[in-house]
Ligand binder design. Structure first.
Ligand SMILES: Cc1cc2nc3c(=O)[nH]c(=O)nc-3n(C[C@H](O)[C@H](O)[C@H](O)COP(=O)(O)OP(=O)(O)OC[C@H]3O[C@@H](n4cnc5c(N)ncnc54)[C@H](O)[C@@H]3O)c2cc1C
Ligand SMILES: NC(=O)c1ccc[n+]([C@@H]2O[C@H](COP(=O)([O-])OP(=O)(O)OC[C@H]3O[C@@H](n4cnc5c(N)ncnc54)[C@H](O)[C@@H]3O)[C@@H](O)[C@H]2O)c1
Length: 494
């Protein structure tokens, strides 16, 4: 590949960029990774890691309050918010040190450069260093992995308000007394629980009629009810008209079903979706097309310019760390090895909202199955029948599996409840490898694990596929004298 400085240049050092550069170097490609800020990106610094650490701190506080549930004595947790935030910072630095720091990638032979990249043409970028110096480098291939940032809608008055986004939220030192959150998606929902557990009064304001629009409504209702019980307030169907700063108070004027009201707090978190980071890239110079700001890619993660690929949040496709990594793997492999048959696995996308209870999903949603006209059965299993859930006092929850009736082929699964995010991976392996409900039901699961819930849910397939007719046949052949069970109730759970 003479003629170019590098075989592969990866722009962005978040989940997608780190994965893509590592794979490229492993294939023997001369690789550069350019990062404008800190390696680790959103997930390590302003996303997954700080949010999950904060959720855990809130959960511990909540467990102290609820210790009576376990035969212990309830207590009011003594929360030093500054220390909680120091802990959050410590954890993200630990993750950075263990997995993201430049030396780890330099040891793989990757040239790690800190600077802002923009295209000069389809084979050349210019890197602008912090001190203003610039450097032009060329490469045969590029992977754009520049991520996304909070999208703040142009609400009247927003520019005059001291609002927070995920970039500033984990830097605050004082616990908000009354936290307003615009947006009841995954960010708003997770952060509402973290802050309510740490002692804030929290109100979620959303224009939609329900939170977590991408999840199964039946399961969302279970989580929503729990969050309300835990103290989160909701203002749904709320059209936000205006926001105002009044000293250290923030006022949000909303209209709900024709009625205007003002909701007040001392902090406002904007959690209203994401926008791809493409504005600094000068994509026109490289002939890379975008749609609503997102880089358009095909199933191989290839952009409209054949030597330029994109992966992760910048494509606007599935804004999760594991999907960024999945796309990065495909982008690097397809760019460098071409013939390997790999494409984005869009039928088995998974995600988890890490509230307590957790809300997890993999594969097709029921909405998708209906839209596609797929024939499927729903197998439900309540947490109240999982012995581990009973032992741990975590019986709120439901497992729902969508599978083909006769073959038991699993099309999708979703669960709300404790550890749902852990055992959803069992369904991911099942869907990927064509393991049916029968395969899960026939697999020994340790007792009393949470994962046993997956087997018990799969048992329902056996039960649903039994019929009076087959039992009568068995009774006749072997001369058995017991009753024939009543299979008429479709929701019968054994
Ligand atoms: C609060 C919050 C919680 C989340 N929780 C979860 C979770 O629990 N699980 C989950 O799966 N996902 C979660 N996500 C989503 C997850 O963080 C993202 O999907 C993931 O980090 C995207 O990775 P990425 O590599 O595509 O982008 P990023 O991590 O954003 O990385 C892009 C990098 O590119 C750099 N960059 C941008 N422009 C340039 C340029 N021109 N030149 C050089 N460098 C540039 C940026 O500085 C950045 O470091 C969460 C997100 C948020 C905000
Ligand atoms: N656990 C996880 O995996 C996790 C956690 C957090 C974030 N994420 C990722 O980050 C992405 C972004 O999360 P998010 O919660 O910001 O976005 P989102 O797009 O999922 O949800 C935004 C919410 O804001 C509401 N909204 C938008 N504009 C509004 C307005 N003007 N007034 C009132 N309500 C408004 C929408 O109705 C929606 O409910 C997620 O889609 C997800 O991919 C993942």
């Amino acid at each position: 590949m003479a003629g170019y400085d590098f075989d592969m240049i990866v722009i962005g050092g978040g989940a997608a960029g780190l994965t893509a550069s590592g794979i490229a170097a492993n294939f023997g490609a001369k690789t550069m990774m350019v990062e404008a800020d800190r390696l680790g990106g959103d997930c390590t610094w302003t996303g997954c890691i700080p949010s999950k650490t904060l959720l855990k701190a809130g959960k511990v506080a909540c467990q102290i309050k609820d210790a009576g549930k376990y035969g212990l004595i309830d207590a009011e947790p003594n929360i030093d918010f500054k220390k909680v935030m120091q802990h959050v910072d410590h954890v993200r630095k630990e993750v950075y040190h263990d997995a993201d720091r430049p030396e780890i990638f330099e040891d793989m032979g990757i040239e790690v450069v800190h600077g802002l990249a923009s295209f000069k043409d389809d084979h050349t970028i210019e890197i602008e260093y912090k001190d203003g110096r610039t450097r032009a480098v060329s490469s045969k291939y590029f992977i754009i992995a520049t991520g996304a940032k909070a999208f703040v809608p142009p609400i009247d008055g927003i520019e005059e308000v001291d609002y927070l986004t995920n970039e500033s939220l984990f830097e605050i030192e004082d616990l908000p007394e009354e936290l307003l959150i615009i947006g009841g998606g995954p960010i708003g929902t997770e952060m509402s629980q973290a802050f309510v557990n740490l002692g804030s009064e929290v109100t979620i304001i959303d224009m939609a009629d329900r939170i977590l629009a991408n999840d199964d409504p039946e399961l969302v209702d279970i989580l929503h009810d729990e969050l309300k019980k835990q103290g989160v307030n909701y203002q749904l169907n709320a059209s936000v008209k205006k926001v105002m700063q009044d000293g250290n108070r923030i006022k949000v004027q909303v209209e709900i079903k024709g009625e205007e009201k003002v909701i007040e707090g001392d902090a406002l978190l904007m959690a209203t979706g994401r926008r791809a980071n493409t504005s600094s890239l000068n994509l026109e110079a490289a002939g890379v097309k975008t749609d609503k700001g997102n880089i358009v890619v095909d199933e191989s993660c290839r952009s409209s310019q054949s030597n330029i690929y994109a992966a992760g949040d910048v494509t606007g496709r599935y804004q999760f760390t594991h999907m960024s990594e999945h796309m990065a793997k495909i982008a690097a492999t397809k760019a460098l090895l071409k013939v390997v048959p790999m494409k984005i696995e869009k039928d088995m996308v998974s995600w988890v909202t890490f509230t307590d209870p957790e809300l997890a999903h993999v594969g097709k949603t029921e909405k998708q199955l209906k839209e596609e006209g797929e024939k499927y059965e729903v197998y439900r299993f309540p947490y109240s029948k999982i012995d581990r859930a009973v032992a741990e006092g975590e019986t709120t929850g439901l497992v729902k599996v969508f599978a083909k009736k006769l073959s038991g082929k699993i099309l999708g699964a979703t669960a709300v409840g404790a550890h749902a995010g852990e055992f959803i991976s069992e369904y991911a392996v099942a869907i990927k490898n064509g393991v049916s409900m029968r395969g899960i039901a026939d697999t020994i699961h340790p007792y009393p694990s949470w994962g046993l819930g997956a087997r018990r849910a799969a048992d329902q397939w056996y039960i649903k596929n039994q019929s009076k007719w087959s039992v009568k046949l068995i009774k006749t052949i072997f001369g058995y004298r017991g009753d024939t069970p009543d299979y008429s109730d479709p929701d019968r759970v054994v």
